[in-house]
Design a protein around this ligand. Structure first.
Ligand code: AMP
Ligand code: MG
Length: 885
């Protein structure tokens, strides 16, 4: 932390052509940061916003509206790159609805307002360097859009990201652009001045600006607000919307106690430990829609008074220099929010507007709703909700997160959402034509959704036959079927968070984001043979009469040849070495005399291109090489490494903590006192978790008291993604897990299966509020094993997004008869092998009791006898799952 850091940052900004105003602002924030500014607004310094004027109560005559609109300009914040949706260009260039991009719709909205009201209404974008060209190309298709004396855009400032520890500007040679960030949309005030746009607007008699995000199509320039502003002489108006439970993030307005001014508190400005106030949607019941109205003449005066800088509160944004790579160095970005200017103007107002004025597209979930028939564009290109009810809630799986993956899976357009209240998709099905969603829809584990399908309620990939016994078992009090219990578990599980992990830690995990190659493969034309690089023409006729070529050099792999090969010349070349300039083929060493220097005698003709592996033949730079949803295997890792990636974004590997209960348990290897046994479940469950692809850890055993168990759980929950306990779940006097957790959010149920009837499942809450699933499995070793196989393994696979979640069921022939309890699904242990004809044969092991560990170990499969079957005879078919594949 030093003046040097600041000096270096300022140097860079000058080098990039930033004006003195932008540099002054940056210096100001840098000093604040150095002085230890937290950039937070504590709860006890503010009052919640109350008694807000509603847009609905604003009454304005048409003439006043027209007059106000004639003095207004529309400014759109358009610097966004849509990186979180996997886009590389301007986000507003995305086709959002009816084949139109955001910018098309914005342009049409402005043009139709102009026509309707007979006003000039300029449209100006605040672009970044990266969005300007592409955006202006789109606007160029509207020749009437430009207004005399005004540009269609101006460019926002850029500032260096600072290393979190030293506050030095960060160096990131891999991608220099990542060394820079925009200083937040609060920069608009500075950029309006430095670009000259503020003066140009005022010179044209434009006194008001309506400023909003270009991804918010609901933010149209409403003349009523403009007129209200004019009527009351307001310098600044911020639109707010009523908060619902799902609006826990984003900033809100409040009144500052010290001076009664309105202020904006952004997410990043919440003091540590005060998140609960911020999240309290009753306390702070509106949020900032980031649609603001500014009196430009007041703004000009204020900027002049303050020497070009408003002194907006600092927002300290902590990220990594490459936001997609959490292992890259930590940086701070000094930002400010546009809406924070509300505190600068005496007499600012908040205005409560309908939710329809806040319809940003931040995710592909939002995109689906906006693109669907739930919304239509009316003749003025306003986005109107058609549906009666509240906007449908959409939660698509990770494969849909990036626009590419999204488009691929909706090749015929998105489903009809008019009658839908929520749509959740688990897995990555491709949707057919004309699909309709009705009510609450859960699509789970389907490979594809058929054309014309009507989706309603849960739509699972399982066969309906599996659901039937469920219905029958409902008559039996608190006894669930295996499928019911599994579904109850799976439906609550959220996919594991995604993270970039080193390739050596990614094996077996599911890729969360498409990966593009950073290089071409091969990266350069190279030889596929040991031989001589030549011009093919030099060898014309060499098959009849050998031709002698002069050796002009030698190229080994890893060398960059600086010479070229001309007619009558050859260069000795090794496999994988770059082809020197001039050469267009390789003759294999076998077809020559193999000379090392002087000249080489060639005895074959070669066609141009022979034995040359051309650049990009395998992979071209920028091509998607691994897709979201792919499972990382050894070959994927090879490809990623070859394409220049050291990390890959995956669904994280869940960490399972195993805890066995029982006062009788002693760790393996230790001597037994009378009544004691060795703990075998801990290691067994650990191994089963690892085999399922998770990471795992054994906590050790605890005795049979609530206090001991609760203390142990408290200790492990912070470090666990999943907790598995064994023992203590049945009806006995010492069934500790059940007694300690039954009224702590864990459900204990009886499942119609054998073994494994008593089961517990629920969530623990970690110190950070994180919910950690807990499986309480029975203690008998065989029950514990089967329970893990039937419930925990599919759950771990679901967390990791691995499919199929359940093992494959095959059919085998029984070599001996067996009996099975009616009304329960039996999971027996068996040895399954192929007979001499190749047919699968199933031999149940002798000891089917749930304490027979040796027979469990001898088995390589489970056989499954359905609920309704009481006995089977030798020669009958039975379903089996093979455990060791
Ligand atoms: P519980 O479910 O606690 O009543 O235990 C059922 C049976 O499984 C008892 O015979 C226990 O001794 C045995 N058992 C429980 N936990 C383990 C363990 N971790 N390893 C081996 N056997 C166990
Ligand atoms: Mg016990």
């Amino acid at each position: 932390m030093s003046d040097q850091g600041l000096a270096r940052a300022v140097e860079r900004m000058r080098g990039r052509g930033m004006g003195p105003e932008a540099i002054t602002v940056f210096e100001h924030y840098y000093r604040q940061l150095e002085e230890g500014a937290q950039g937070t607004i504590p709860e006890d310094t503010i009052e919640p916003l109350r008694d807000i004027q509603g847009l609905g109560e604003v009454e304005v005559s048409d003439e006043d509206a027209r007059r106000a609109l004639s003095q207004t300009a529309v400014i759109k914040l358009n610097g966004g790159l849509g990186t979180s949706m996997g886009m590389s260009g301007a986000k507003s260039a995305l086709e959002v609805k009816d084949g139109l991009t955001f910018l098309d719709i914005i342009a049409q909205q402005v043009l139709s307002l102009r026509e309707q009201w007979g006003v000039e209404l300029p449209l100006i974008l605040m672009n970044s360097f990266r969005t300007s060209e592409q955006s202006l190309d789109i606007l160029a298709t509207y020749p009437d859009l430009p207004v005399d004396g005004l540009p269609l855009d101006f460019i926002q400032s850029a500032e260096p990201k600072l290393l979190a520890d030293s506050l030095d500007p960060v160096d990131w040679p891999r991608d220099r652009e990542l060394e820079w960030c925009p200083p937040g949309h609060g920069d608009i005030y500075v950029s309006l001045v430095t670009s000259g746009v503020l003066d140009s607007l005022l010179a044209k008699g434009i006194r008001y600006a309506f400023i909003s995000n270009s991804d918010n199509l609901g933010a149209t320039c409403d003349p009523d607000v403009a007129a209200w502003m004019v009527e009351h002489g307001l310098p600044f108006v911020a639109e707010v919307c009523t908060r619902t439970k799902s609006d826990r993030k984003g900033g809100h307005l409040a009144t500052r106690r010290s001076d009664g001014r309105l202020i904006l508190r952004d997410t990043a400005m919440v003091a540590d430990g005060e998140e609960r106030f911020f999240a309290d949607t009753k306390r702070h019941d509106t949020f900032n829609a980031n649609n603001i109205w500014v009196d430009l003449s007041v703004l000009r005066d204020r900027m002049a008074e303050r020497a070009g800088f408003l002194g907006l509160p600092i927002i300290i944004n902590r990220k990594t220099v490459d936001p997609a790579d959490p292992t890259s160095p930590e940086v701070v970005q000094l930002e400010s929010a546009m809406g924070a200017a509300i505190e600068v103007f005496e007499g600012s107002e908040a205005l409560l507007v309908p939710r329809t004025r806040f319809r940003p597209v931040k995710t592909t979930n939002d995109l689906l709703v906006v693109r669907s028939d739930y919304f239509v564009l009316d003749e003025s290109y306003h986005l109107l909700a058609v549906g009666e009810g509240p906007e449908p809630f959409v939660d698509l799986d990770s494969a849909y997160r990036l626009v590419d993956g999204f488009e691929k899976r909706f090749p015929f357009g998105v489903p009809s959402m008019v009658e839908c209240t929520s749509l959740r998709v688990i897995g990555d099905p491709v949707f057919g034509r004309d699909v309709r969603c009705v009510g609450d829809v859960l699509v789970d584990g389907l490979r594809r959704v058929r054309d014309h399908a009507v989706l309603e309620g849960p739509v699972a990939g399982e066969t309906s036959a599996e659901a039937r016994p469920a219905a029958r078992a409902q008559g039996v009090a608190d006894l669930r079927t295996v499928d019911q219990h599994l579904r109850a578990i799976l439906s609550t599980l959220e996919p594991a968070a995604t993270a970039s992990v080193p390739l050596t830690e990614a094996l077996g995990l599911v890729v969360a984001r498409d990966v593009r190659s950073r290089v071409s493969l091969p990266a350069f034309d190279n030889s596929s043979m040991d031989g001589y690089a030549v011009q093919a023409r030099s060898l014309d006729g060499a098959d009849a009469t050998p031709v002698s070529l002069r050796i002009v050099g030698e190229v080994a792999a890893g060398v960059n040849p600086t010479f070229s090969v001309g007619p009558g010349e050859a260069a000795r070349i090794m496999t994988g070495a770059p082809i020197p300039a001039g050469a267009d083929a390789v003759i294999a060493v076998e077809d020559t005399d193999g000379a090392a220097e002087g000249s080489v005698l060639c005895r074959a003709v070669v066609a141009p291109g022979r034995y040359i592996r051309p650049r990009g033949e395998d992979v071209s730079e920028g091509a998607v090489v691994v897709s979201a949803g792919d499972v990382v295997g050894p070959r994927t890792i090879a490809l990623l490494a070859a394409c220049g990636h050291a990390t890959v974004e995956v669904h994280r590997r869940p960490h399972v903590v195993i805890l066995s209960t029982g006062a009788e348990l002693v760790p393996p290897g230790e001597p037994l006192q009378p009544g004691q046994i060795h703990d075998s479940n801990s290691t067994m469950l650990w191994a089963a978790a690892i085999s399922a692809g998770a990471s795992a850890e054994i906590r050790g055993t605890v005795g049979d008291t609530d206090a001991e168990l609760l203390a142990a759980l408290d200790e492990v929950v912070a470090g666990a993604d999943v907790v598995v306990t064994s023992g203590g779940v049945s009806m006995g006097a010492y069934d500790v897990v059940k007694s300690a957790l039954a009224d702590r959010g864990v459900d204990f149920v009886r499942v119609a299966m054998q073994p494994g009837k008593p089961q517990g499942f629920g969530y623990l809450t970690g110190p950070d509020g994180r919910r950690v699933p807990l499986f309480a499995l029975p203690g008998n070793p065989v029950s514990s094993f089967v329970s893990f196989e039937v419930f925990v393994r599919p759950a771990l696979r679901r967390l990791m997004r691995l499919t199929p979640e359940k093992r494959r069921v095959r059919s085998a022939t029984l070599t001996s008869g067996l009996r099975s309890p009616e009304g329960r699904r039996q999971f027996g242990r068996a040895v399954v092998s192929r007979n001499s004809e190749g047919a699968l044969m199933c031999t149940p092991v002798a000891g089917q009791g749930s304490h027979f560990v040796a027979d469990l170990s001898r088995a390589n499969a489970l056989f499954i006898v359905p609920e309704e079957t009481a006995d089977l005879v030798a020669g009958e078919r039975v379903d089996v799952i093979i455990l060791d594949d």
